[in-house]
Design a protein around this ligand. Structure first.
Ligand SMILES: *Cc1c(COP(=O)(O)O)cnc(C)c1O
Ligand SMILES: [Zn+2]
Length: 409
């Protein structure tokens, strides 16, 4: 008896934007077999357009599996799920008033499993590992990706190996231990952790789910774009500010908008995508400003926003292309601006944001000052995870507020 394919019958191929190659799903696929660059899933959108009218979405639940007709797995595939996606797009009326803005929202991602939007990508990557019969999960992480991978690996009954920088906040380390992951603490950044994983957890026994080293994290992250469109009644915003590390969400949103246009769900207009980074690690901003299509590795990367401490994003050219194609920009904020914006956002709106979330508000301040964003535009900020995982950053942010209050008498 033929075993039914675990994959979505409308998933046609995995394409390589770098070399124009393409491969099928008959065997485990990590990166392009020809050139080693990221693979991107391509669906039969013309068929899906006929099969799934926008108005029928209500049938499909409220988490990200609502969009499963454009996700990699067949309806019959018993996917491991922990309730990922379906997060609120919160209006920020008090901040909007302070800043004189017409319309400001926050895509608030802390409600995901393991309290960050990494769950969206890792649920797909771990299910991909199951679909391809892989026996173990491995990755380098700055924190949130490791937690999410370990949670889904635990739920899938797979062993998991994670290499993290030795200064990763304790909350992440506790989570990894709770999920039974094997952990290596590494001196350095996520780039150094990547080298450790290559030796300690080699293919093919270990399925590497590092950013863009397999094709399905991108598919999970693209649901951010579908959700924002649906939550705004299919009227996309004018500007989206995204805290950019490896860039999965940024590239994923751009992909989602292209898919939705092919599905006939939205028109040709696109929000300007803004890649937000911090001064201590801003390889994409530097490349954008230089007009380059590749990003040089950032030396001596440092910031408390661990999700942004990615000195050498593997998908640099895809990120830069998404920013440029949408007429967006790339902005770096200082560590201090980020810390102050965390306090500002949380005090005004009651959301205990992570540093990466604070960075998007700090970037908005800059773009309003420079006139690159105007006050009548419809703007979406991101809070990508929970502030609760970053006690050091929050202590520093609140100490700055106390000091400022003292100075002002
Ligand atoms: C990983 C991470 C980011 C960066 O996301 P990418 O899609 O890799 O660019 C931002 N914020 C938080 C909290 C993260 O964990
Ligand atoms: Zn290729």
């Amino acid at each position: 008896m033929a075993v039914p394919s675990p994959f979505n019958p409308r998933l046609l191929a995995l394409d390589c934007p770098a070399c124009g190659g393409s491969c099928d799903l008959s065997q485990p696929r990590s990166v392009c077999p020809t050139c080693g660059k990221p693979l991107v899933a391509r669906y039969d959108l013309a068929r899906i357009r006929d099969e799934v009218p926008r108005a029928s979405l209500g049938r499909f639940g409220t988490d990200l599996w609502r969009y499963r007709f454009v996700l990699p797995f067949a309806p019959s595939f018993p996917a491991v799920r922990l309730g990922e996606g379906g997060t609120p797009l919160l209006p920020l009326p008090r901040l909007a008033e302070d800043l004189g803005l017409d319309a400001l929202w926050l895509k608030a991602e802390a409600g995901n499993p393991t309290s960050s939007f990494k769950a969206r990508g890792l649920v797909m990557a771990v299910n991909g590992a199951l679909a391809w019969g892989r026996r173990g999960i491995a990755l380098p992480s700055a924190g949130n990706a490791g937690s999410a991978a370990a949670a889904y690996a635990a739920a899938a009954g797979l062993p998991c190996r994670v290499a993290i920088p030795d200064d990763t906040p304790e909350a992440f380390q506790l989570e990894l231990a709770a999920f039974g992951a094997e952990v290596r603490l590494v001196k350095g950044t996520i780039a150094d952790c990547g080298k450790v994983v290559a030796e300690w957890a080699p293919a093919p026994e270990w399925w590497n789910v590092a950013t863009f080293k397999e094709p399905f994290r991108l598919e999970g992250k693209k649901t951010l774009g579908y959700e924002i469109a649906e939550q705004l009644g299919w009227q996309l915003p004018d500007v989206i500010l995204y805290p950019t590390g490896g860039g999965t969400g940024l590239v994923g949103m751009a992909k989602a908008f292209d898919e939705m246009e092919a599905l006939g769900w939205i028109g040709a207009e696109r929000p300007r995508l803004v890649a937000v980074q911090v001064g201590g690690c801003a390889p994409i901003v530097r490349a954008f400003e230089a007009g380059a299509t590749r990003a040089e590795p950032w030396v001596d990367a440092h910031t408390v926003a661990s999700g942004l401490r990615v000195p050498s994003p593997f998908a640099d050219s895809l990120i830069l292309d998404a920013v440029r194609r949408t007429k967006g920009t790339a902005v770096s904020v200082s560590e201090e601006e980020m810390l102050d914006a965390m306090v500002e956002c949380s005090a005004a709106e009651g959301v205990f944001v992570c540093p990466e979330g604070g960075a998007t508000l700090a970037a908005l301040h800059q773009l309003l000052r420079s006139g690159e964003v105007s006050r009548e535009e419809r703007i979406v900020l991101y809070d990508t995870g929970s502030g609760l995982k970053y006690p050091e950053a929050w202590r520093a942010a609140l100490a700055r507020r106390t000091a400022a209050a003292r100075e002002n008498g």
